[in-house]
Structures are given as C-alpha cells and as structure tokens.
Design a binder for this molecule. Structure first.
Ligand SMILES: [Fe+2]
Length: 237
C-alpha cells in the first residue's frame, strides 16, 4: 500500500485507535492486494501443499531474523509486508515468527486456539509478552471464519470489535496485545448468515518482535527453521 493508500484507509476507519509508538493505527487495519497477483497465486499453491504435508507441527512457529537471507517464499515476501506495517514496527523489530494457517469449515469450531492473545517468552524479563504487531496474510477468500479483534474483554460493555473476512491477497494488522479469535458469520450481528463458504481458509501468520521470543502460551514459538520442513515453499527462492 502506498502512503497515500494508508492515509485513505485511516480516514475510512472509525474504530478505536491503538497507540503503537509514534503512530496511531486502527484496531484492525487491512491492506488489500498486498502482493503482485502472480506471487500471491504461487504462494497460495505452495502453502496449500505445505500445509497438507502436515510435516511442520501445527503448534510451532518459525523464526526469521529480518537481517537474514530468506529461506522460502514466505520469507521472500516479508520486505513487501514490512513496507506497510507501522513505522515503529518496521524500525524496531528484529524478526518475525511465522506459521501456516489452514482451516476447513466449520472454521470457528476448527480454530484450535479459541479466544487468545499471541505471546512468547521475553528472554530478558522471563515474562510471556505479546509481539509488537500481529499480522495475517490471507491466501484464499471465504465468507465465513472471520478474524475478530477486540479492544478489550469481549464481554465488556465498553470496547470495540473489528472483523476481517478472509480475502485472497489481503493483509490484516493489529496490535500484538489484543485478544482475537476466529468467529462464525452466524455470530456477527447485522450480517446475512445464509450463505457461508465451504472452501479451504488458507493464511500465513507473521508476528513482529523486538526480541526473539521463547516458548509461549500457544506452543513452540519462534523455533529454528530448516528448508526440509516445508520443501513445497522453496519455489521462487
Ligand atoms: Fe493469534
């Protein structure tokens, strides 16, 4: 997204603003058509094969230092993603952990983590902390299984919720401290629930960190990666 596009997106969004260092960003910000279409197609095909291989642990994420050479096409596109994250995240983070997301309907019921915050252990403080920014790159389009991001506790009468339905080649960003989950469209007030999708919901999660996190609340976080784990992702590197 160009700077112009980012400003326009901010003006459209009326949600609660999150103070993220020097910048204010919406509760949930979406960049559309983030990758060149041919790259997005290649990525979708590769991620589907890799996710179906079931070689990587479903509860592991893999560490990528922003200073290092990309080892697969997921890492090769990180500079494009880095160009649209908030400036403070781009400048201060040293790396990302990434993992594959594949859900079949019913998406919300099949989402393994439920309502949660992302987290990993800070090696200095010893505490479980959130990333600077949580992001999701969607690779397929489904009209169900929306990402929901909450400004506070979901059952609080104050607070805000923002939803993002998976749209191929869109990139969702929210502060890494926020509660989030995957919800059925039936649970979203005010939208038609008669035509849910049935396709595969494919995504790649990228979380952005100022430190390399250790094992977190959801499983093995920021594990070492070697190309043999997902050889399907090597095309294009
Ligand atoms: Fe998460």
């Amino acid at each position: 997204m160009t700077l112009l596009g980012r400003d326009a997106s901010r003006r459209r969004h009326q949600g609660k603003m999150q103070d993220l260092g020097f910048e204010l960003m919406p509760l949930l910000e979406i960049a559309k058509e983030i990758l060149p279409p041919d790259v997005a197609n290649t990525l979708r095909e590769a991620v589907e094969k890799a996710a179906n291989s079931r070689r990587g642990s479903p509860t592991s994420s893999y560490w990528y230092s922003l200073e290092s050479k990309p080892r697969n096409i997921l890492e090769e596109v990180i500079p494009i993603l880095r160009a649209v994250v908030p400036f403070t995240v781009s400048e201060e983070c040293i790396g990302v952990d990434w993992w594959l997301g594949m859900l079949h309907p019913p998406y919300a019921e099949n989402f393994p983590y439920g309502l949660h915050r992302d987290g990993g252990r800070n090696p200095v403080s010893g505490n479980i902390e959130g990333p600077s920014l949580s992001t999701v790159l969607y690779l397929t389009e489904v009209d169900d299984g929306a990402l929901a991001v909450y400004s506070g506790e979901p059952d609080s009468i104050v607070g805000d919720i923002r939803y993002a339905f998976p749209r191929a080649n869109s990139f969702a960003m929210f502060s890494g401290e926020l509660l989030h989950n995957v919800v059925s469209r039936k649970s979203i007030i005010g939208i038609d629930s008669s035509t849910p999708s049935s396709g595969v919901r494919l995504s790649v999660q990228y979380n952005w960190w100022k430190f390399r996190p250790g094992r977190g609340n959801l499983g093995e976080t920021a594990a070492d990666y070697s190309a043999e784990i997902y050889p399907e992702l090597l095309s294009g590197v």
